[in-house]
Design a binder for this molecule. Structure first.
Ligand code: GLC
Length: 486
């Protein structure tokens, strides 16, 4: 196993799934006790996903996407966003945009200039206090309204005596049912949020009530998912974009569907070829556990989450969960007497104590001494692991991160396969996509394996860094919505 564990390390593109034999770089592995080595081997087996398995997951994914459009007992919601088609480039106007992400509330003032790709933006971020994610609806919306009001005042955007309110586009990155673009009934919280009194309710009147109470002169004109914002903002700059996706705390994608392919809204009687953006919410893929190669650690993460049984694909892939998966693996190895023997592991026992940033730091550290990894462990765990343990930490980190990247590729491949997209760009946003070492090349490699492109034309569908979805994307969507309503 040791030889296998190190192949490819030298060029920094190592993946536990790479089959080409490359030079082992670390002799330290020979010091790994054989019982630990056997345990790591078993982990390698359960966390490795072959090309064939990626393919069968993708096939099932396509079926689930189609089922979601019928609305009949599907796992994947395939939410209709009422965003009709891509921007033309002539959109104009001034908009306030709000983005309630996992860690920050971002407020922007966006001016669209009616020249494609040209816009001005002012922005500010307020960190979301932790307690807010599991508090009450009043606390949450009160905080959002306060930050918005402060931003408008600080930037002289409030004009006393002016009756007209500023149009506001609200990026609310959770699954919502929309009867139209300016409403959104929260289906369920995801990404660890658990705020009372919002599920099953329209978020628009709740937030507008808070704006009214705090005299914030805005009017919500659109509720937008982050993936839809990403799709629209990216396509505004790059006409090759056909899919918008987020790989961050959560994972999801949006794309344009034709009206005739969405049976669940047939009663709207629109022309067959009308294009409507679908927010897939495919983090919920395989909630009925038919195809994903789940491990005991995935079951544990799910059971300990705020919503067991929900978002099962997301919990195997996204940034919020991969660090926790790794922590659970460390703990199991410790309890079996194989890792961190005789150490005080109080800090490792702390829930959510490891995140994807830790994993990225580990992976960026290619030195033989692994000093950077040792330092990071000391900071987080309070002790410096042995050299062989550092090696195991690095291996397991790669294993879990590589599985995440490979599974992520299945969602993108499924949308492309379902839509018959032979070539296109996929606009991807999110901190994990941008910052995680090797993620992009691993996802690209997996896409290539799934799509089976010929050697001479290896990358027909490319993941590209997305443009600002929750700023300019949300503003464009507001402009499209206002134009349509006129
Ligand atoms: C979760 C949310 C979804 C969002 C994604 C990325 O999956 O349910 O709406 O797009 O995270 O932020």
């Amino acid at each position: 196993m040791f030889e296998k564990m190190h192949k490819g390390e030298a060029d920094g593109t190592y993946s536990p799934h790479t089959t080409a034999t490359k030079k082992p770089t670390l002799e330290a592995m020979s010091d790994v006790p054989s019982d630990l080595s056997a345990a790591v081997q078993e982990l390698e087996n359960i966390f490795t996903i072959s090309s064939a398995k990626l393919n069968s997951i993708t096939d099932h994914f396509v079926e689930e996407l189609e089922k979601g459009l019928t609305g009949e007992g599907a796992n994947i919601p395939m939410n209709v966003t009422w965003v009709f088609g891509f921007p033309t480039g002539n959109e104009e106007g001034e908009y306030v945009t709000l983005d309630m992400g996992g860690t920050n509330l971002r407020v922007c003032y966006v001016v669209l200039t009616n020249r494609r790709g040209e816009y001005k933006i002012l922005q500010d971020k307020c960190p979301l206090p932790d307690g807010l994610k599991s508090g009450t609806a009043e606390q949450l919306w009160g905080f959002v309204a306060d930050c918005t009001g402060k931003f408008l005042r600080e930037n002289n955007l409030v004009h006393p005596g002016k009756k007209e309110k500023l149009p506001l586009s609200f990026t609310f990155s959770f699954p919502v049912t929309q009867a139209n673009i300016r409403s959104g009934i929260l289906q369920r919280w995801t990404k660890g949020f658990d705020v009372d009194g919002v599920e099953g309710h329209d978020v628009v009147p709740q937030l507008e009530k808070a704006f009214a109470e705090k005299n914030v002169p805005v009017e919500i004109v659109a509720v937008v998912n982050d993936t839809t914002g990403t799709l629209i903002a990216s396509a505004y700059q790059d006409p090759e974009i056909k899919i918008g996706s987020i790989f961050s705390t959560g994972v999801n994608a949006a794309y344009m569907e034709r009206f005739k392919a969405i049976p669940k809204i047939r009663s709207h009687n629109l022309p067959d070829d009308t294009e409507i953006a679908i927010n897939t919410e495919y983090g919920a893929f395989d909630n009925d556990k038919k195809v994903l190669p789940r491990t005991r650690f995935d079951d544990q993460i799910d059971q300990e989450s705020a919503r067991p049984g929900q978002q099962l694909y997301e919990k195997m892939v996204a940034g919020l969960y991969v660090g926790e998966l790794l922590r659970c693996v460390f703990l199991e190895l410790h309890h079996r007497g194989l890792l961190f023997r005789g150490r005080d592991i109080t800090a490792v026992q702390e829930k959510s104590g490891l995140d994807s940033a830790f994993m990225s730091t580990v992976e960026q550290n290619n030195t033989k001494s692994m000093a950077g990894i040792a330092e990071e462990c000391k900071r987080l765990f309070g002790f410096e692991p042995e050299l062989y343990e550092l090696e195991v930490i690095r291996f397991l980190t790669k294993l879990i991160a590589t599985r995440a990247a490979r599974l992520y590729a299945c969602g993108i491949a499924a949308v492309a396969r379902k839509q018959g997209l032979e070539r296109c760009h996929v606009g991807v946003d999110g901190s994990v996509f941008h910052c995680y070492a090797h993620f992009q090349e691993r996802a690209a490699q997996a896409l290539k394996e799934i799509m089976d492109w010929p050697e001479e034309d290896p990358q027909r569908i490319t993941l590209v860094s997305a443009q600002d979805g929750s700023g300019v994307g949300a503003a464009l969507i507001a402009a499209l919505a206002l134009r349509r309503s006129q």
